[in-house]
Design a protein around this ligand. Structure first.
Ligand code: DX5
Ligand code: ZN
Length: 213
């Protein structure tokens, strides 16, 4: 499967409705929504009220990436705001199994995110519960950063783990994705690519989405 989830973090926040309508008309599959609390990551983005407005205009599933401490506290809040897929960081959850089940019980697809330094092997006892795993290919917090090359090896390890324990689980990659590394990521076993700057700073975002697929 080759899915593309453009990250709204790189969109023009003053014209969010227009940006979402462009994505509605594009070939993208999901809308990636980055929530940052200024504690788990150095940056602050936006919370549920903004997600609610994004939902009002979006005609594609919202892929909400929580970069916040203790995300279990906000599962129902983001469901109410309109999240379809909710991903939480391994590094931010003390009771990850509980949080993953809470996300599924609330009616969303559940994903675990790994920072670049967190080994894939730590997913051994949780991957069977996940609808997707998101590998960070930059240190989270900002758009427009350089892709970390070690990600290819991690994608291959994760593909192997998923084939063994949960073949349905999707592999998503986030950070520094562009039209050059996209084919290599799919080849390594990725299913979903997040792209912020590559889409929104491109002269033709819709064509870039097609190229990424
Ligand atoms: C980074 C965010 C990403 C970011 C990707 O912390 O999780 O989703 O918006 O942006 P690019 O594709 O520009 O690296
Ligand atoms: Zn993200």
């Amino acid at each position: 499967m080759h899915l593309v989830s453009p990250s709204l973090l790189s969109a023009d926040f003053g014209n969010l409705q227009r940006e979402i309508e462009m994505l509605n008309e594009s070939a993208c599959d999901w809308l990636h929504v980055d929530v940052m609390d200024g504690v788990f990551v150095p940056n602050i983005s936006f919370g549920q009220p903004v997600v609610k407005h994004i939902k009002k205009h979006a005609r594609k599933p919202l892929d909400v990436h929580l970069m916040i401490v203790d995300p279990g506290r906000y599962v129902n809040g983001f469901r109410e705001a309109g999240a379809d897929i909710l991903t939480v960081h391994y590094e931010a959850c003390t009771h990850l199994d509980r949080t993953i089940h809470a996300i599924k019980d609330a009616g969303m697809k559940a994903g675990v995110v790994l920072n670049p330094h967190t080994p894939v092997a730590l997913l051994e006892d949780i991957v069977q519960e996940c609808d997707l795993v998101l590998l960070m290919s930059v240190n989270p917090g900002f758009g427009g950063q350089k892709f970390i090359e070690n990600t290819y090896a991690k994608v291959r390890q994760l593909r192997e783990l998923c084939d063994r324990k949960n073949p349905q689980c999707l592999i998503e990659i986030d950070g520094g994705v562009n039209v050059t590394n996209a084919p290599l990521l799919y080849e390594a076993g990725a299913d979903v690519l997040v792209a912020g700057n590559a889409v929104f700073k491109s002269p033709d975002p819709k064509q870039t989405i097609i190229d990424l697929k």
